[in-house]
Design a protein around this ligand. Structure first.
Ligand code: ZN
Length: 229
């Protein structure tokens, strides 16, 4: 069989473009670690201290699927929501729209029983969990003496791994020290401190995102009102 030289040229060109695409490294932002939600099941990990000497940060935000807005003092989403709740006090989905406490920490995951591509093992991650992660971690920190605390936060010291157990139901959560130990790579100093992650501290919420979220609330109520009409 003979191939049309023009077709051959086109095929070669296409192949060259595809090869170039494949060879291009994925551009990763050196300020951001991969975000990992507390895996379901049993996870062994260690925690880091960030460049601003923080271990835990608590953020309040409203989140529905991909829409998320920070909940700060005088939050317009809360104001709108409370008006809607007064108007339709029987809407059972209201709690999902309310502000939730989220904990973020930098961690190194040694192992996880959850087999998911979203769980990154052996690399610093920004671990996100509900209020229980922050509360349990702070309780544990309160029990540790100074020397132990310094070792715990030194990535290169072979230190106790923590076991996080989390059920599908987020109320089911525990954080306990194990008998296992391990070292981890230091936290890259290019990474944003926790205060700059997810919703940077001191940054006003984006107006557009706020109105989008208010629309999500209105849609939810509209569907509810229609369903009971
Ligand atoms: Zn709010």
């Amino acid at each position: 069989m003979s191939i049309d030289p023009e077709l051959f040229r086109q095929l070669k060109e296409k192949a060259a473009i595809n090869r170039a695409k494949r060879a291009k490294p994925i551009v990763e932002d050196p300020r951001k670690a991969p975000i990992v939600y507390v895996p379901t099941g049993t996870t062994l990990l260690r925690f880091y201290m960030d460049s601003e000497n923080n271990i835990v940060r608590t953020i309040f935000r409203h989140k529905i699927r991909k829409n998320s807005v920070p909940c700060l003092d005088g939050c317009p989403v809360c104001t709108h929501l409370s008006e809607m709740e007064k108007k339709y006090p029987d809407f059972p989905g209201a709690w999902k729209l309310r502000s939730m406490e989220t904990t973020i920490v930098y961690a190194w995951i040694f192992s996880s029983s959850e087999d998911s591509k979203f769980v990154k093992i052996g690399t610093p991650v920004l671990l996100m969990g509900n209020y229980k992660l922050g509360r349990e971690l702070e309780n544990r920190i309160a029990e540790i003496d100074e020397e132990e605390f310094a070792k715990m936060l030194d990535p290169l010291t072979d230190h106790v791994l923590w076991e996080v157990k989390s059920g599908k139901d987020s109320r089911d959560f525990s954080l306990v020290p194990t008998l296992k130990t391990g070292t981890m790579e230091p936290l890259p100093d290019t990474l944003d401190p926790l205060g700059q992650c997810i919703h940077p501290e001191g940054q006003e919420p984006n107006e557009e995102e706020i109105s989008k979220f208010i629309k999500v609330i209105d849609n939810a109520y509209e569907m509810y009102v229609r369903s009971v009409a």
